[in-house]
Design a protein around this ligand. Structure first.
Ligand code: ADP
Ligand code: MG
Length: 166
């Protein structure tokens, strides 16, 4: 697992954007963390990095939003507020993953069992200050494990040591 820290919303967006060059069609990212932790902000940065020009907003009233990027589409799901697993299963996840697209799912915690076991897990936690966030990035499954060195180097500006932003 890799731990990164950000101190403003645009830093979280920049970190996410730095991951964009690593993304490939069929990638799945699972974002967890409390409401207001920055899951949507992270998705916005990722989209920007992929060349999405439409504003990415919380998919509150629709289950999934779709955005065209320069290289890949982004399917953005927010299952944080879903009442039941049934609502999630209404989404054909394999179909979304098979669409020259990256699938980003915001959620709480409970439904990990219902997705393929190959994804980048990003947990966002509130830090001490209002704008401080701690991000835990974890490779689950082979495709992200193989890319881990790239994930480390892409996120190095937001990790400890001398390169930490101040
Ligand atoms: P979520 O989707 O997890 O509910 P949002 O991304 O919608 O959260 O909201 C995060 C809120 O926190 C935004 O208002 C954003 O401006 C604010 N914020 C402050 N600091 C940060 C930070 N370091 N990273 C992400 N968001 C931050
Ligand atoms: Mg959100």
């Amino acid at each position: 697992m890799l731990v990164a820290r950000t101190f403003a919303v645009d830093e979280t967006q920049a970190l996410a954007g730095a991951l964009a060059p690593l993304l490939r069609a069929g990638d799945l990212l699972l974002l967890s963390g409390d409401l207001g932790a920055g899951k949507t902000a992270f998705t916005q940065g990722l989209g920007r990095g992929l060349g999405v020009t439409d504003p990415i907003t919380s998919p509150t009233f629709t289950l999934a939003n779709e955005y065209d990027g320069a290289r890949l589409r982004v399917h953005h799901l927010d299952v944080y507020r879903m009442e039941s697993m049934a609502e999630v299963f209404d989404v054909d996840l394999p179909d979304l993953l098979d669409d020259d697209a990256v699938v980003v799912i915001e959620w709480g915690e409970a439904i990990v069992a219902s997705v393929p076991a190959d994804y980048l897990a990003v947990e966002l936690l509130l830090g001490d200050g209002d704008d401080d966030r701690v991000l835990h990035l974890r490779a689950v499954g082979p495709s992200w494990a193989r890319r881990w060195a790239y994930v480390e180097s892409a996120t190095s500006p937001w990790r400890g040591g001398d390169s930490a932003p101040c």
